[in-house]
Design a protein around this ligand. Structure first.
Ligand SMILES: Nc1ncnc2c1ncn2[C@@H]1O[C@H](COP(=O)(O)OP(=O)(O)O)[C@@H](O)[C@H]1O
Ligand SMILES: [Mg+2]
Length: 396
């Protein structure tokens, strides 16, 4: 497999982009992914494409670009090459402390071979340095032991809603491996799926995995379920574990859509998840199922504080009210999502409601749900992480 070096360019002058692309036109290992002409575009582009090499042109004011370079280096898995204008004396080197090995300098204009070797050097640093942010990504698992309650609708819209916030990188992982429909709901035509990632084996890292993600216009990247259900069995829990490890290093949020059962893949994710969005509807069979699901989560050793009960289609009440539901289940309802006719319409069109109809009641409640998870994650950041291996034997 050829490893592509993802390169992001940044300079106020469009000629910089033209010159670099021209210089790299015959190089098959380096792929220019994006070009930023404004300072406030750079961080979001880097986050979207990380791990990547960022080549900053010589056209910026020194202080703001040096501050941004330091900030990006601290927050993302990126190496940075700062181009220094050869015809002007320059203090950029001084502006960035020397103890940042992931920042390199290139005198501009430059020869093609110097440019390529600087990019390759930067890429080597990227491969050798563990992600500066460590396991920064938060895993949000959308789960229910019942099918048809709205897990996939919520997972896709929540991922898109998170990605619309400036500078937030989001990956959506479809773990409903046999019948996953994240791809359909986002109208994506994947070239690769989780099956390709699972075939890589031990060497799976984020650079390789990046090639298997499918991009949605909203900025969400998705690792989709295999196109044939029989391939699902070939994806091992170990692969799922490796995938999660890799994604956590590069994305702020990993939203996981799941099948309606406690299978091995789901247990692997539950072991790592930061929050569980447990989806129920207000009918007796679902609530009976959710009660069993909550008992199973307890047996597995999942802390109750990470489980948030979300009632979808909350207005379709069938003789029950929320207080009765909370009492019967022994858990508070964290959020309610209304039935909205825009949802089935958006599912058929393959456009998430939060994009298509941002003012629809469903979209508003999804944005509130997003805020809830953001604030829960901020709170849990302040607490020491707990080690809580899932007790698989509890349901064996
Ligand atoms: N809040 C809602 N309002 C209207 N229809 C909904 C709502 N949530 C889900 N649906 C409908 O229910 C169907 C099943 O949802 P889906 O997300 O596929 O369920 P699951 O993933 O739990 O099997 C969707 O196709 C959608 O049309
Ligand atoms: Mg589903």
């Amino acid at each position: 497999m050829v490893l592509m070096i993802a390169l992001i360019l940044a300079d106020p002058d469009k000629d910089f982009d033209r010159e670099i692309r021209w210089a790299l036109k015959d190089n098959k290992d380096i792929s220019v992914r994006a070009f930023a002409t404004k300072l406030n575009q750079i961080e979001a582009l880097v986050k979207e494409h990380a791990p990547c090499v960022l080549l900053i042109g010589p056209g910026w004011k020194e202080k703001p670009i040096a501050d941004l370079a330091k900030d990006i280096r601290e927050k993302t898995n990126t190496t940075i090459i700062l181009s220094v204008n050869g015809s002007k004396p320059c203090n950029q080197k001084k502006a960035i402390s020397a103890d940042k090995p992931a920042i390199d300098f290139l005198t501009f204009p430059t020869q093609t071979d110097e440019l390529i070797s600087a990019i390759q050097r930067a890429y080597e640093i990227l491969r050798e340095t563990p992600a500066s942010t460590g396991d920064k990504g938060k895993i949000l698992t959308i789960f229910s032991t019942k099918g048809g309650v709205g897990k996939t609708v919520i997972a896709t819209n929540l991922a898109v809603s998170l990605a619309r916030d400036h500078g937030t990188s989001v990956v959506l992982l479809d773990l409903d491996l046999q019948f996953g429909d994240v791809g359909v709901m986002l109208k994506l035509n994947p070239e690769h799926t989780i099956y390709d990632a699972a075939c890589v084996g031990e060497n799976l890292d984020i650079e390789v995995l990046n090639g298997f993600l499918t991009s949605h216009d909203s900025g969400v990247r998705a690792l989709l379920a295999p196109l044939q259900p029989e391939l699902a069995d070939l994806v091992s829990s170990k692969s799922v574990q490796q995938i999660l490890n890799a994604l956590r290093k590069s994305f702020d949020y990993i939203v996981v859509d799941t099948p309606p059962s406690f299978n091995d893949h789901v247990l692997t994710v539950l072991d790592e998840t930061n929050q569980i969005c447990l989806v129920a509807t207000m009918d007796i069979p679902t609530l009976k199922n959710i009660k069993l699901c909550l008992q199973t989560l307890k047996l597995l050793g999942c802390p109750q504080e990470i489980t948030k009960l979300i009632i979808n289609r909350a207005d379709d009440r069938i003789g029950l009210n929320l207080a009765e539901v909370e009492k019967a289940l022994g858990i508070r309802v964290s959020a309610c999502i209304p039935t909205d006719k825009k949802v089935p319409l958006s599912v058929s069109r393959g456009v998430p409601v939060v994009l298509d109809s941002p003012q629809a009641p469903f979209s508003k409640s999804l944005n509130r749900l997003k805020e809830l998870f953001r604030s829960l994650n901020k709170m849990s950041d302040k607490r020491a992480p707990k080690k809580r291996p899932i007790r698989r034997e509890a349901i064996a």
